[in-house]
Design a protein around this ligand. Sequence first.
Ligand code: SAM
Length: 339
Amino acid sequence: MRRAFELQAEWCDRLGSSFTARLCRVLGELIDGGTAIGRRLLAWPGDPEKDAPALRLCGGLHFLVRAGIVPELGLLYPPAPLPDRAVLAEALQRALAEQGERLDSWLDQPPQTNEIGRSAPLMGGLLSALAHFGLPLRLLELGASAGLNLQLDRYAYDLGGTLVGDQASPVRIRPTWTGAPPPATAIAVTARAGVDLSPVDPTTGGERLLAYVWPDQQDRLSALTAALEVARHDRPPVEQGDAALWIEQNLEAAPEPGCLRVVLHSVAFVYFPPESQARIVARLEAAGRQASVEAPVAWLRMEKMPEEPEFSLRLRTWPGEDRLLAWTHPHGAWVKWLG
Ligand SMILES: C[S@@+](CC[C@H](N)C(=O)[O-])C[C@H]1O[C@@H](n2cnc3c(N)ncnc32)[C@H](O)[C@@H]1O
Protein backbone atom coordinates (compact mmCIF):
# COMPACT_ATOMS: atom_id res chain seq x y z
CA MET A 1 0.00 0.00 0.00
CA ARG A 2 2.82 2.40 0.84
CA ARG A 3 4.40 1.64 -2.53
CA ALA A 4 1.07 2.41 -4.27
CA PHE A 5 1.04 5.85 -2.61
CA GLU A 6 4.65 6.42 -3.69
CA LEU A 7 3.91 5.35 -7.28
CA GLN A 8 0.94 7.72 -7.36
CA ALA A 9 3.20 10.49 -6.04
CA GLU A 10 5.66 9.82 -8.87
CA TRP A 11 2.82 10.11 -11.44
CA CYS A 12 1.73 13.40 -9.91
CA ASP A 13 5.31 14.70 -10.08
CA ARG A 14 5.55 13.70 -13.74
CA LEU A 15 2.29 15.53 -14.46
CA GLY A 16 3.53 18.68 -12.71
CA SER A 17 1.27 18.41 -9.63
CA SER A 18 3.83 18.85 -6.87
CA PHE A 19 1.29 19.49 -4.10
CA THR A 20 -0.69 16.29 -4.86
CA ALA A 21 2.60 14.40 -5.14
CA ARG A 22 3.61 15.61 -1.68
CA LEU A 23 0.15 14.73 -0.32
CA CYS A 24 0.40 11.15 -1.61
CA ARG A 25 3.99 10.73 -0.38
CA VAL A 26 3.25 12.05 3.12
CA LEU A 27 0.03 10.00 3.39
CA GLY A 28 1.88 6.86 2.32
CA GLU A 29 4.44 7.44 5.06
CA LEU A 30 2.02 8.20 7.85
CA ILE A 31 -0.74 5.61 7.42
CA ASP A 32 -0.42 3.06 10.22
CA GLY A 33 -2.52 1.01 12.61
CA GLY A 34 -3.19 4.08 14.79
CA THR A 35 -6.22 5.24 12.75
CA ALA A 36 -9.19 3.33 11.32
CA ILE A 37 -8.34 4.69 7.84
CA GLY A 38 -4.74 3.49 8.18
CA ARG A 39 -5.87 0.03 9.31
CA ARG A 40 -8.32 -0.26 6.41
CA LEU A 41 -5.71 0.80 3.87
CA LEU A 42 -3.01 -1.52 5.20
CA ALA A 43 -5.42 -4.49 5.09
CA TRP A 44 -6.72 -3.55 1.60
CA PRO A 45 -8.24 -6.68 0.04
CA GLY A 46 -7.90 -5.56 -3.61
CA ASP A 47 -5.01 -4.42 -5.78
CA PRO A 48 -3.48 -1.29 -4.19
CA GLU A 49 -2.17 -0.08 -7.55
CA LYS A 50 -5.21 -0.70 -9.77
CA ASP A 51 -7.80 0.40 -7.19
CA ALA A 52 -6.17 3.85 -6.81
CA PRO A 53 -6.68 4.07 -3.01
CA ALA A 54 -4.39 7.12 -2.87
CA LEU A 55 -6.66 9.03 -5.26
CA ARG A 56 -9.75 7.86 -3.34
CA LEU A 57 -8.30 9.24 -0.11
CA CYS A 58 -7.04 12.44 -1.74
CA GLY A 59 -10.55 12.93 -3.17
CA GLY A 60 -12.09 12.59 0.29
CA LEU A 61 -9.59 15.01 1.83
CA HIS A 62 -10.10 17.56 -0.95
CA PHE A 63 -13.87 17.30 -0.42
CA LEU A 64 -13.44 18.04 3.31
CA VAL A 65 -11.10 20.94 2.53
CA ARG A 66 -13.50 22.46 0.01
CA ALA A 67 -16.39 22.08 2.48
CA GLY A 68 -14.37 23.92 5.16
CA ILE A 69 -14.54 20.88 7.50
CA VAL A 70 -10.76 20.71 8.05
CA PRO A 71 -9.73 24.40 8.01
CA GLU A 72 -6.27 23.78 9.43
CA LEU A 73 -5.46 21.39 6.58
CA GLY A 74 -7.20 23.69 4.11
CA LEU A 75 -4.70 26.47 4.91
CA LEU A 76 -1.95 24.26 3.48
CA TYR A 77 -3.77 23.54 0.20
CA PRO A 78 -3.19 25.54 -3.00
CA PRO A 79 -3.12 28.44 -3.63
CA ALA A 80 -0.92 28.41 -0.47
CA PRO A 81 2.78 27.69 -1.26
CA LEU A 82 3.94 24.06 -1.17
CA PRO A 83 3.81 23.15 2.54
CA ASP A 84 6.63 21.75 4.62
CA ARG A 85 6.36 17.94 4.83
CA ALA A 86 6.29 17.80 8.64
CA VAL A 87 3.63 20.51 8.91
CA LEU A 88 1.50 18.75 6.27
CA ALA A 89 1.97 15.38 8.01
CA GLU A 90 0.73 16.81 11.31
CA ALA A 91 -2.42 18.30 9.76
CA LEU A 92 -3.10 15.13 7.77
CA GLN A 93 -2.65 12.92 10.83
CA ARG A 94 -5.26 14.98 12.66
CA ALA A 95 -7.68 14.87 9.71
CA LEU A 96 -7.34 11.06 9.41
CA ALA A 97 -7.93 10.64 13.16
CA GLU A 98 -10.83 13.09 13.48
CA GLN A 99 -12.61 12.59 10.14
CA GLY A 100 -12.17 8.82 9.80
CA GLU A 101 -15.87 8.12 9.43
CA ARG A 102 -16.37 10.70 6.66
CA LEU A 103 -13.22 9.61 4.82
CA ASP A 104 -14.09 5.93 5.05
CA SER A 105 -16.90 6.18 2.46
CA TRP A 106 -14.47 7.77 -0.03
CA LEU A 107 -12.39 4.58 0.09
CA ASP A 108 -15.44 2.56 -1.04
CA GLN A 109 -15.65 3.93 -4.58
CA PRO A 110 -13.21 4.52 -7.43
CA PRO A 111 -12.57 8.14 -8.45
CA GLN A 112 -15.37 9.53 -10.64
CA THR A 113 -14.44 12.18 -13.16
CA ASN A 114 -15.87 14.15 -16.04
CA GLU A 115 -13.15 15.95 -17.97
CA ILE A 116 -14.33 19.01 -19.88
CA GLY A 117 -11.04 19.41 -21.77
CA ARG A 118 -11.92 16.28 -23.78
CA SER A 119 -14.67 18.31 -25.42
CA ALA A 120 -11.92 19.96 -27.52
CA PRO A 121 -10.89 16.90 -29.57
CA LEU A 122 -14.49 15.65 -29.56
CA MET A 123 -15.67 18.99 -31.01
CA GLY A 124 -12.96 18.75 -33.69
CA GLY A 125 -14.31 15.32 -34.58
CA LEU A 126 -17.90 16.55 -34.78
CA LEU A 127 -16.84 19.41 -37.07
CA SER A 128 -15.12 16.91 -39.36
CA ALA A 129 -18.23 14.75 -39.52
CA LEU A 130 -20.43 17.80 -40.12
CA ALA A 131 -18.22 19.10 -42.92
CA HIS A 132 -19.05 15.83 -44.65
CA PHE A 133 -22.77 15.56 -43.98
CA GLY A 134 -24.01 19.03 -42.91
CA LEU A 135 -26.99 17.78 -40.92
CA PRO A 136 -28.33 18.48 -37.42
CA LEU A 137 -26.81 16.23 -34.79
CA ARG A 138 -28.30 13.61 -32.52
CA LEU A 139 -25.69 12.79 -29.87
CA LEU A 140 -25.56 9.50 -27.97
CA GLU A 141 -22.78 9.38 -25.36
CA LEU A 142 -21.55 6.20 -23.66
CA GLY A 143 -19.90 6.46 -20.22
CA ALA A 144 -21.11 10.07 -19.98
CA SER A 145 -20.56 10.59 -16.21
CA ALA A 146 -22.37 13.90 -15.50
CA GLY A 147 -22.93 14.54 -19.22
CA LEU A 148 -20.57 17.52 -19.32
CA ASN A 149 -19.15 16.47 -22.70
CA LEU A 150 -22.65 15.69 -23.95
CA GLN A 151 -23.34 19.44 -23.81
CA LEU A 152 -20.10 20.27 -25.68
CA ASP A 153 -21.89 22.64 -28.08
CA ARG A 154 -22.58 24.93 -25.09
CA TYR A 155 -18.89 25.83 -24.65
CA ALA A 156 -16.70 28.39 -26.46
CA TYR A 157 -13.74 26.97 -28.43
CA ASP A 158 -10.62 28.18 -30.09
CA LEU A 159 -9.35 25.12 -31.94
CA GLY A 160 -6.16 26.24 -33.64
CA GLY A 161 -7.85 29.50 -34.69
CA THR A 162 -11.25 27.97 -35.52
CA LEU A 163 -13.73 29.71 -33.23
CA VAL A 164 -16.79 27.53 -32.69
CA GLY A 165 -19.43 26.75 -30.10
CA ASP A 166 -21.25 29.29 -27.96
CA GLN A 167 -18.80 32.19 -27.83
CA ALA A 168 -20.78 33.72 -24.92
CA SER A 169 -20.26 30.58 -22.78
CA PRO A 170 -18.49 30.86 -19.41
CA VAL A 171 -16.60 27.69 -20.40
CA ARG A 172 -13.71 28.61 -22.69
CA ILE A 173 -11.69 25.79 -24.20
CA ARG A 174 -8.44 26.54 -25.96
CA PRO A 175 -6.10 23.56 -26.24
CA THR A 176 -2.60 23.81 -27.63
CA TRP A 177 -3.33 22.88 -31.21
CA THR A 178 -0.87 21.62 -33.82
CA GLY A 179 -1.71 20.76 -37.41
CA ALA A 180 -4.42 22.31 -39.55
CA PRO A 181 -7.44 23.69 -37.68
CA PRO A 182 -10.67 21.70 -38.03
CA PRO A 183 -13.28 23.00 -40.50
CA ALA A 184 -15.36 25.91 -39.11
CA THR A 185 -18.82 24.43 -39.57
CA ALA A 186 -22.06 25.55 -37.95
CA ILE A 187 -23.24 23.05 -35.39
CA ALA A 188 -26.83 22.30 -34.35
CA VAL A 189 -27.59 19.63 -31.77
CA THR A 190 -31.26 18.66 -31.96
CA ALA A 191 -31.17 15.79 -29.47
CA ARG A 192 -28.75 14.44 -26.89
CA ALA A 193 -28.78 11.50 -24.50
CA GLY A 194 -26.19 9.57 -22.54
CA VAL A 195 -25.68 6.57 -20.31
CA ASP A 196 -23.36 5.76 -17.43
CA LEU A 197 -23.06 2.92 -14.92
CA SER A 198 -22.78 5.57 -12.15
CA PRO A 199 -24.12 8.84 -13.54
CA VAL A 200 -23.41 12.02 -11.59
CA ASP A 201 -26.21 14.54 -11.12
CA PRO A 202 -24.58 17.93 -11.82
CA THR A 203 -27.03 19.64 -9.46
CA THR A 204 -26.11 17.50 -6.45
CA GLY A 205 -22.89 15.66 -7.35
CA GLY A 206 -20.72 18.54 -8.52
CA GLU A 207 -18.64 18.70 -5.34
CA ARG A 208 -17.84 15.01 -5.68
CA LEU A 209 -16.48 15.58 -9.20
CA LEU A 210 -14.55 18.66 -8.08
CA ALA A 211 -13.03 16.74 -5.17
CA TYR A 212 -11.32 14.29 -7.56
CA VAL A 213 -9.62 17.08 -9.51
CA TRP A 214 -6.17 17.55 -8.03
CA PRO A 215 -6.16 20.71 -5.92
CA ASP A 216 -3.13 22.13 -7.72
CA GLN A 217 -4.90 22.01 -11.12
CA GLN A 218 -6.72 25.32 -10.84
CA ASP A 219 -7.56 25.58 -14.56
CA ARG A 220 -9.36 22.23 -14.53
CA LEU A 221 -11.21 23.18 -11.33
CA SER A 222 -12.38 26.45 -12.88
CA ALA A 223 -13.48 24.81 -16.14
CA LEU A 224 -15.36 22.08 -14.27
CA THR A 225 -17.06 24.60 -11.98
CA ALA A 226 -18.24 26.62 -15.01
CA ALA A 227 -19.41 23.53 -16.92
CA LEU A 228 -21.38 22.30 -13.89
CA GLU A 229 -23.08 25.68 -13.77
CA VAL A 230 -24.07 25.37 -17.44
CA ALA A 231 -25.40 21.84 -16.81
CA ARG A 232 -27.46 22.97 -13.81
CA HIS A 233 -29.48 25.30 -16.08
CA ASP A 234 -30.32 22.57 -18.59
CA ARG A 235 -29.29 19.16 -17.37
CA PRO A 236 -27.87 16.89 -20.09
CA PRO A 237 -29.91 13.67 -19.84
CA VAL A 238 -27.77 10.75 -18.63
CA GLU A 239 -29.48 7.48 -17.74
CA GLN A 240 -28.09 4.86 -15.39
CA GLY A 241 -27.22 1.62 -17.14
CA ASP A 242 -24.76 -0.47 -19.09
CA ALA A 243 -23.59 1.08 -22.34
CA ALA A 244 -24.28 -1.99 -24.51
CA LEU A 245 -27.91 -2.52 -23.52
CA TRP A 246 -28.56 1.21 -23.69
CA ILE A 247 -27.16 1.62 -27.21
CA GLU A 248 -29.21 -1.36 -28.38
CA GLN A 249 -32.29 0.40 -27.05
CA ASN A 250 -31.38 3.90 -28.22
CA LEU A 251 -29.67 3.48 -31.58
CA GLU A 252 -32.25 2.08 -33.97
CA ALA A 253 -30.72 -0.02 -36.72
CA ALA A 254 -33.33 1.55 -39.06
CA PRO A 255 -32.20 4.80 -40.73
CA GLU A 256 -33.21 8.19 -39.34
CA PRO A 257 -33.31 10.62 -42.29
CA GLY A 258 -32.48 14.29 -41.77
CA CYS A 259 -30.00 13.94 -38.91
CA LEU A 260 -26.50 12.71 -38.26
CA ARG A 261 -26.57 10.23 -35.39
CA VAL A 262 -23.25 10.29 -33.52
CA VAL A 263 -22.29 7.71 -30.91
CA LEU A 264 -19.41 9.20 -28.94
CA HIS A 265 -17.33 8.37 -25.90
CA SER A 266 -14.12 9.47 -24.22
CA VAL A 267 -11.92 7.40 -21.89
CA ALA A 268 -14.84 5.03 -21.33
CA PHE A 269 -14.76 2.21 -23.90
CA VAL A 270 -11.74 0.58 -22.26
CA TYR A 271 -13.75 0.26 -19.02
CA PHE A 272 -16.62 -1.64 -20.71
CA PRO A 273 -16.52 -5.43 -20.50
CA PRO A 274 -15.34 -7.04 -23.79
CA GLU A 275 -18.80 -8.47 -24.35
CA SER A 276 -20.35 -4.98 -24.08
CA GLN A 277 -17.72 -3.58 -26.44
CA ALA A 278 -18.58 -6.24 -29.04
CA ARG A 279 -22.32 -5.56 -28.72
CA ILE A 280 -21.77 -1.80 -29.17
CA VAL A 281 -19.73 -2.36 -32.34
CA ALA A 282 -22.34 -4.82 -33.65
CA ARG A 283 -25.16 -2.30 -33.10
CA LEU A 284 -23.18 0.47 -34.82
CA GLU A 285 -22.42 -1.79 -37.78
CA ALA A 286 -26.10 -2.83 -38.02
CA ALA A 287 -27.14 0.84 -38.12
CA GLY A 288 -24.27 1.55 -40.52
CA ARG A 289 -25.46 -1.07 -43.01
CA GLN A 290 -28.72 0.85 -43.44
CA ALA A 291 -27.17 4.33 -43.33
CA SER A 292 -27.05 6.71 -46.29
CA VAL A 293 -25.92 10.29 -47.01
CA GLU A 294 -29.42 11.43 -45.96
CA ALA A 295 -29.38 9.26 -42.80
CA PRO A 296 -25.74 8.85 -41.78
CA VAL A 297 -24.26 7.36 -38.59
CA ALA A 298 -20.93 8.24 -36.96
CA TRP A 299 -18.82 6.72 -34.19
CA LEU A 300 -16.50 9.26 -32.54
CA ARG A 301 -14.13 8.11 -29.86
CA MET A 302 -11.28 9.49 -27.82
CA GLU A 303 -9.59 6.56 -26.13
CA LYS A 304 -6.19 5.21 -25.14
CA MET A 305 -5.82 1.99 -27.07
CA PRO A 306 -3.46 -0.45 -25.29
CA GLU A 307 -1.20 -0.80 -28.33
CA GLU A 308 -0.82 2.97 -28.91
CA PRO A 309 1.50 5.43 -27.13
CA GLU A 310 -1.04 8.30 -26.87
CA PHE A 311 -4.77 8.91 -26.65
CA SER A 312 -6.31 8.96 -30.12
CA LEU A 313 -9.39 10.51 -31.69
CA ARG A 314 -11.06 8.37 -34.33
CA LEU A 315 -14.12 8.89 -36.48
CA ARG A 316 -15.92 6.13 -38.33
CA THR A 317 -18.81 7.19 -40.56
CA TRP A 318 -21.42 5.24 -42.46
CA PRO A 319 -21.30 5.89 -45.35
CA GLY A 320 -17.58 6.50 -45.18
CA GLU A 321 -14.59 4.97 -43.46
CA ASP A 322 -12.66 4.90 -40.21
CA ARG A 323 -10.16 7.75 -39.81
CA LEU A 324 -7.53 8.61 -37.23
CA LEU A 325 -8.17 12.33 -36.71
CA ALA A 326 -5.79 13.28 -33.90
CA TRP A 327 -3.47 12.36 -31.07
CA THR A 328 -4.34 14.12 -27.85
CA HIS A 329 -3.41 14.76 -24.23
CA PRO A 330 -5.50 12.60 -21.81
CA HIS A 331 -7.40 15.72 -20.69
CA GLY A 332 -7.41 17.39 -24.11
CA ALA A 333 -4.81 20.02 -23.07
CA TRP A 334 -3.09 19.55 -26.45
CA VAL A 335 -4.33 18.17 -29.74
CA LYS A 336 -2.13 17.07 -32.66
CA TRP A 337 -4.61 17.23 -35.52
CA LEU A 338 -4.05 14.90 -38.48
CA GLY A 339 -7.53 14.93 -39.98
C1 SAM B 1 -12.91 7.72 -16.87
S1 SAM B 1 -14.65 8.04 -16.80
C2 SAM B 1 -14.82 9.13 -18.20
C3 SAM B 1 -16.07 9.92 -18.13
C4 SAM B 1 -16.30 10.87 -19.33
N1 SAM B 1 -16.52 10.12 -20.53
C5 SAM B 1 -15.16 11.82 -19.50
O1 SAM B 1 -14.44 11.73 -20.51
O2 SAM B 1 -14.96 12.67 -18.63
C6 SAM B 1 -15.37 6.50 -17.38
C7 SAM B 1 -16.86 6.44 -17.21
O3 SAM B 1 -17.36 5.21 -17.77
C8 SAM B 1 -18.42 4.74 -16.94
N2 SAM B 1 -18.62 3.31 -17.20
C9 SAM B 1 -17.78 2.29 -16.89
N3 SAM B 1 -18.30 1.11 -17.31
C10 SAM B 1 -19.49 1.39 -17.90
C11 SAM B 1 -20.48 0.60 -18.56
N4 SAM B 1 -20.37 -0.72 -18.67
N5 SAM B 1 -21.56 1.22 -19.06
C12 SAM B 1 -21.70 2.58 -18.95
N6 SAM B 1 -20.78 3.37 -18.36
C13 SAM B 1 -19.69 2.79 -17.82
C14 SAM B 1 -17.92 5.09 -15.54
O4 SAM B 1 -18.98 5.10 -14.60
C15 SAM B 1 -17.31 6.46 -15.75
O5 SAM B 1 -18.22 7.50 -15.56
